[in-house]
Design a protein around this ligand. Structure first.
Ligand code: AMP
Length: 424
């Protein structure tokens, strides 16, 4: 049997790949307008980097990482997320030395050995945005503005911002204690994951989706009641900045996210259009991580957008990208193929999407093929045309035919195809 791809992995084929390109170029333009620069980081790191940043007691580190022994005995992991690597690069290259405020974005594949289902893959793609050196909650609000704007520019509807705060090392321990106290008489009713979490990482029980766990958590203490004055103030600034930007949001006290490094602001962008996997993007502040990984005490905040899910949402609004050629050159007689080939190349170099017949099909089957490709025009090249010194350009929609002098073919075709002619 022919070799198949690995379970949970997928190919992105055209025309879907064109949707991905459009998302990526829209995101790049938006982020660069806001002062973000691209950073490219490797897909593999030392396992320790993820264990220390994401947290030993998280689902990702406990059971989802693709980890293997290197030949010399070191342990390597295919990255399950990008933030840890960006932080490593920020520290390793002393990017804080000249200017501690740095804004990066990066796009690429992540790997998690989750149970595959629609919207959940083992290799998936993220667009990540990370800001270093800004403690103010204003930048957290700006991140939400970027997310909401990107989705709007991609015409994605039914988008909701969910926000929360996780406090800081000064106030979270009291909450954790209160939560552990609440959980201890209730562990028997929790799912097996949450029974384990209730001891090791009780905050994670808050966002478990299992109905019995949700039920058990209805009367749980809320972190908002345990915030220290600084965290409370930070959350207030965040909320009023969102209001000023006209962004509506919902406070979701259960939004704790799956990674240990978050402090204060957390958020998720959800949509009703995706079914069970409703989160398109998530992020938050990770003020202690740079220091924890051996760098200076620099605050940081960021988000990750799930590109696979976003592509699914944006697929319906793809515009003319991936559409058929502007011109299909129908060759009437094999002896004219060389000339058609010269035209195809000259048109392509001039920014006109051109395709031709390389085989020996009849005119009828060439016209059928032009139709199937969605060609906007067909240019005929045969003995008659050459004798007259003019080729016929047929508009496939209006059926209108125009004679094009061969001596100025490229320029005249460009004029005839009108709106599309300014492509580089
Ligand atoms: P996380 O790093 O878990 O906060 O995820 C951020 C975003 O990445 C999510 O909102 C999803 O859109 C996307 N994502 C996370 N895990 C997967 C996965 N296994 N398959 C597809 N997309 C994912």
């Amino acid at each position: 049997m022919a070799i198949q791809l690995i379970r949970g992995f997928k190919d992105v084929l055209p025309p879907e790949a064109a949707v991905w390109q459009r998302i990526e170029s829209t995101a790049r333009r938006l982020f660069e307008n806001f002062g973000f620069a691209e950073i490219r980081i490797p897909v593999m790191e030392r396992t320790e980097l993820f264990a220390r940043s994401i947290g030993e007691a998280t689902d990702i580190v406990e059971k989802e990482m693709y980890t293997f022994a290197d030949r010399k005995g070191g342990r390597l992991t295919l990255r399950p997320e990008a933030t840890a690597s960006v932080v490593r690069a920020y520290i390793q290259h002393r990017l804080y030395a000249t200017e501690p405020v740095r804004k990066f974005y990066t796009i690429g594949p992540m790997f998690r050995r989750e149970r595959p289902q629609k919207g959940r893959y083992r290799q998936f793609y993220q667009i990540n945005v990370e800001v270093f050196g800004i403690a103010s909650a204003l930048i957290d609000a700006q991140l939400i503005l970027l997310l909401v704007t990107l989705l709007e520019r991609l015409s994605v509807k039914d988008v909701h911002a969910h926000v929360n705060t996780l406090g800081c090392p000064a106030c979270r321990p009291q909450f954790r204690k209160a939560l552990a106290g609440y959980l201890s008489p209730r562990t028997a009713g929790l799912c097996s994951d949450c029974r384990r979490r209730s001891v090791k990482n009780p905050l994670r029980v808050l966002d478990c989706k299992v109905p019995a766990c949700r039920e058990a958590m209805t009367g749980a203490p809320a972190l908002l009641d345990y915030l220290c004055a600084d965290c409370r103030q930070h959350f207030e600034v965040f909320k009023s900045a969102l209001a000023e930007l006209g962004i509506s949001y919902r406070i979701d006290p259960r939004l704790v996210r799956g990674l240990d490094y978050y402090t204060r602001t957390t958020f998720e962008i959800q949509t009703g259009a995706l079914g069970a996997q409703s989160a398109v993007a998530g992020g938050g502040r990770y003020d202690g991580l740079v220091e924890a990984l051996g760098g200076p005490a620099v605050p940081a905040t960021g988000f990750a957008i799930g590109l696979d899910r976003l592509a699914e949402l944006a697929a319906g609004v793809q515009g003319d990208i991936g559409a058929g050629p502007d011109v299909f050159i129908a060759v009437l007689g094999a002896e004219h193929r060389q000339l058609a080939f010269e035209w195809v190349c000259a048109l392509g170099l001039a920014g006109v999407r051109a395709e031709m017949e390389y085989g020996t099909r009849s005119l009828k089957s060439q016209m059928k093929r032009a139709d199937r490709l969605g060609a906007a025009n067909v240019l005929m090249v045969g003995e008659n045309e050459l004798q007259k010194g003019a080729a016929v350009l047929r508009n496939m929609q209006t059926r209108e035919q125009t004679e094009i002098p061969i001596s100025e073919l490229v320029a005249r075709v460009k004029t005839c195809i009108g709106g599309n002619a300014d492509r580089p």
